[in-house]
Design a binder for this molecule. Structure first.
Ligand code: ATP
Length: 287
């Protein structure tokens, strides 16, 4: 039998800015985030199955491959919602570090929705896929849209904005597991002395000013993660010392990213991390 096979890329996201405005009655936090994609991606291969079943595989052994996997949940959701009685085999080639604050699982879910929309000729618009994605997680709509966006609400209300100026992004993930729910649970909005400025960041991006973008980076969740995990602070300090132009923790952590405009500085920051952190990636912004 000749079964169709398709491929999708699922890039990682970083937060150039993450602010929390308040805790809502439904338990979620009202956030304002500026998110963008970087050139580090999982690769998904999707192939029709002759039976009505969702089957997942991956080259890494430490992620769930059942209904706990966000790609599985995405396939099940689109099948149920549109009455698709066909099966799919999905292979996840994981390149994005897991539980890192880089939205790897959300991006896999987004890529699955995009891919199955094509594989099963459902003809859904990006807007329709974003609405579907919001049922799976707050970061999934952004991962469907891609580019650079200002996110509000739980993170699902999106407005596309100017991309960042091109630069090098050095990602360093310490070998610790940080639970997003745990970080938000410990976060106290009233303890914040100041909030990062969305207008300053939007202005820096619209003028494509690399120095002003670096000066406007901010993530209020650092107040929790940096205090709880000294190794995250150590990586931040190390990148600053090595001359990175801007340094910030992504999402709830523990990954820290350093921004560098000149290639000559990349090696210095990379080498400066030796001994502190084994898992380091040098990538470009996806603009
Ligand atoms: P976020 O920034 O959205 O909180 P993250 O990058 O911190 O996400 P993920 O890599 O998405 O975290 O993984 C979080 C947890 O989700 C992992 O512990 C893992 O067991 C589970 N998980 C479910 N689906 C996936 C997937 N497709 N890839 C990786 N982890 C997944």
């Amino acid at each position: 039998m000749n079964l169709t096979k398709i491929y999708e890329k699922a890039p990682a996201k970083i937060n150039l800015l993450l602010d929390v405005l308040r805790k809502r009655e439904d338990g979620f936090h009202e956030v304002e985030m500026i998110m963008t994609m970087v050139d580090l991606a999982d690769r998904l291969e999707m192939e029709e199955l002759p039976r009505d079943q969702i089957v997942l595989s991956s080259q890494v052994g430490f992620i769930p491959l059942d209904e706990k996997n966000l790609a599985f949940q995405a396939a099940r959701l689109i099948k149920e919602r549109y009455g698709v009685k066909r099966g799919v085999y999905i292979h996840l080639d994981k390149q994005i570090p897991v539980a890192a604050g880089l939205a790897g699982g959300s991006s896999d879910a987004a890529a699955t929705l995009r891919g199955l929309n094509r594989l099963w000729n459902l003809d859904l618009s990006t807007d329709e896929l974003e609405v579907l994605g919001a049922e799976l997680g707050s970061d999934v709509p952004f991962c469907i849209r891609g580019g650079t966006a200002l996110a509000r609400g739980r993170g699902e209300k999106l407005e596309s904005i100017s991309p960042p100026p091109q630069c090098w992004v050095i990602l360093a993930k310490p070998p610790i597991n940080v639970s997003t729910a745990d970080v938000y649970g410990k976060f106290r909005v009233n303890d914040l002395k100041e909030h990062p400025s969305i207008p300053n960041m939007l202005d820096a991006l619209s003028r494509q000013s690399f120095p002003d973008m670096c000066a406007s980076l901010g993530n209020v969740l650092e107040s929790v993660t940096l205090n709880r995990y000294p190794e995250v602070r150590q990586i931040k300090d190390c990148m600053i010392k090595a001359g990175a132009d801007g340094v910030l923790m992504s999402g709830s952590g523990p990954t820290v990213f350093g921004l560098v405009s000149k290639e000559i500085k990349v090696a210095r920051v990379y080498n400066g991390l030796r001994g502190f952190c084994k898992e380091v990636y040098v990538v470009r912004m996806l603009t």
